[in-house]
Design a protein around this ligand. Structure first.
Ligand code: NAD
Length: 285
């Protein structure tokens, strides 16, 4: 039976490291980093996510600044808020909680965020840095998956990684990160012909399509490492994109849902917020 890739435990270690980094900054007389979140409208799930992010920040000593706008807000007002947070030296990271209400085009507003404060790594500029092999802030979920694989001792270089899903949030940037780590990468999506056959070629199979239990034993080569990004709320609770019970009998290792990729995503948001700080040397110069 597959070994469990315990995202909850690995994320806890990473959060401790971030807390230590924040404490070290404070000990050198620097201000604590601050994450500004922007929540537009009343989407209940978004409220839950933002509250969880604030709690996670506080637990590691990152200050959180809570900005809320009504669901019928004009784009201009949102743009002004982002501009003022970009200009505020006390703000190290800016997170625009998605989805936005339908009258607002998310990518337009994401791209207003200063690249250096883009702790979600979703601006076009940061996405470009990834594909041009330059340093930059990386999207939290894909970066969290790489961190989880690394810390669980799963080798990436030279392995065949198959990513199911090509969103700007998960699939695409994850493919870019895996490629930078010298994996051979295949990206699948809703038009992929014979998904099971393509997936069976994977040493590392990542499911990020948002379709509950789409990935079954017929998609998994015995001995593969399986990462389940999917989260769908159902009457039975949170369900992943992988049929966990079946796949766990053939995979070498697998992430649970919940307790796999989810906690890593939040841990990387905290790490990115600290990484977004101008370096001490810059500040001290
Ligand atoms: P999305 O809807 O933007 O993208 C889904 C992708 O899956 C698309 O590229 C689509 O082409 C592909 N797809 C759809 N049906 C398919 C099929 N039958 N076969 C192959 N590919 C198919 O979703 P997203 O934002 O990338 O999120 C994916 C899932 O991951 C969702 O369940 C989401 O809730 C979850 N998620 C989890 C975390 C986390 O922290 N654990 C973070 C982000 C997203």
């Amino acid at each position: 039976r597959a070994v469990l890739l315990d995202g909850r435990a690995v994320a806890a270690t990473l959060r401790e490291e971030t807390a230590a980094a924040v404490a070290a900054l404070r000990a050198r007389g620097r201000e604590a980093p601050a994450l500004a979140t922007i929540l537009v409208g009343e989407d209940p799930a978004s409220h839950v996510y933002v509250a969880a992010k604030h709690r996670a920040c506080e637990a590691v000593g990152i200050r959180s600044l809570d900005h809320r706008l009504p669901g019928d807000v004009e784009g201009e007002r949102l743009a002004e808020l982002i501009g003022s947070l970009n200009a505020d030296d006390a703000v190290s990271g800016i997170l625009l909680q998605l989805p936005l209400p339908s009258q607002l085009e998310a990518s337009e507003f994401i791209d207003l965020i200063d690249v250096g404060k883009d702790v979600d790594g979703l601006t076009t500029a940061n996405a470009g840095q990834l594909w041009r092999q330059r340093d930059g802030l990386r999207p939290c979920t894909p970066a969290g998956i790489i961190e989880l694989l690394d810390r669980c001792g799963v080798p990436i270089a030279g392995r065949h990684a198959v990513v199911v899903g090509r969103s700007d949030l998960v699939g695409r940037p994850l493919a870019g990160l895996l490629l930078r780590r010298d994996a051979t990468v295949t990206i699948c999506h809703r038009h992929t012909a014979d998904l099971p056959a393509v997936c069976r070629g994977a040493d590392i199979l990542v499911a990020a399509c948002g379709i509950p239990r789409l990935i079954g034993v017929e998609h998994v080569r015995p001995g593969a490492v399986v990462v389940d990004v999917g989260i769908t709320r159902t009457d039975d609770g949170l369900v992943g994109d992988v049929d966990f019970d079946a796949v766990a009998t053939v995979a070498a290792a697998i992430t649970p849902v919940p307790g796999g990729v989810g906690p890593m995503t939040i841990a990387l948001l905290l790490a990115n917020t600290v990484a977004a700080l101008p370096s001490t040397t810059d500040k001290d110069r």
